[in-house]
Design a protein around this ligand. Sequence first.
Ligand code: AKG
Length: 265
Amino acid sequence: MTKEATVSNDHEQYTAEGYVHIKGFYSDAEVSEIRPIVERFDAAWKQDNDSFYQERAINSAYLTGKQYLNSADREALIRFVSSNKLMSLAKVIFASQPAFMNTQLFFNPFNASQKNYWHRDSQYNLSIEEEKNALNGPKAMHFRIALADEPGMEIVPKSHLQWDSSQSLNVRRELNGHQSHENLPKTVTLPLEKGDVLVFSALAIHRGLYGLDRLALDVLFCDPVEELLQFVDTDCLPCEALLIELEDSSAFEATMSCLKRCGKA
Ligand SMILES: O=C(O)CCC(=O)C(=O)O
């Protein structure tokens, strides 16, 4: 298969199913460069959020902010996010210019019996009616980079475009006596190996699968619109001097221009 055909398949697979799994996207050497930085963030974050971590946390966020990483590590992470390698993939999957939203880091819960939960990311700030409308709105995607082998994600294929069955709505929103960890039918389980990238829609119905030594760096990109970018923390964006040095600064620039347009930066 030609490279062009693969690229077009990735876009088509994402558009049809709401996810695409790209095996071995990063080499062991590439993972080894970024993983120690992420681990330093993780250690500092967990130390500062000890009770939250021990109680229930399964992720941290804002890795490119100034709070936990020193400036050399922060710069290296920003360069990684804006590398030609990741940005070319993001542009292919979006088939347009994506904007940078945030980064998140997923790990195992401290309490090994903690259950995972089905959700669409939209359910935490939208009503049910608004969530329905959001399926026809701007796109936001997780680019999950597996820094270690992990059980991966479980996703309901096509749910980034299709509204819920009554069962999935009850489960993910815990309505009518249901709980968000209950199994759902017609799902796909996507175990990841170190170096794999899983792109999935923030609107898809999904849950993380805990286990192994999972450490997954999620870079979130979205269409450059205010409704999705209004919550961006400007502390996570590069300064002008770094911006002009990046291999592909276009996602950061798209975010900054949108924030300027709407008077938020
Ligand atoms: O990996 C997980 O635990 C959940 C991931 C997730 O829900 C998300 O990225 O929105």
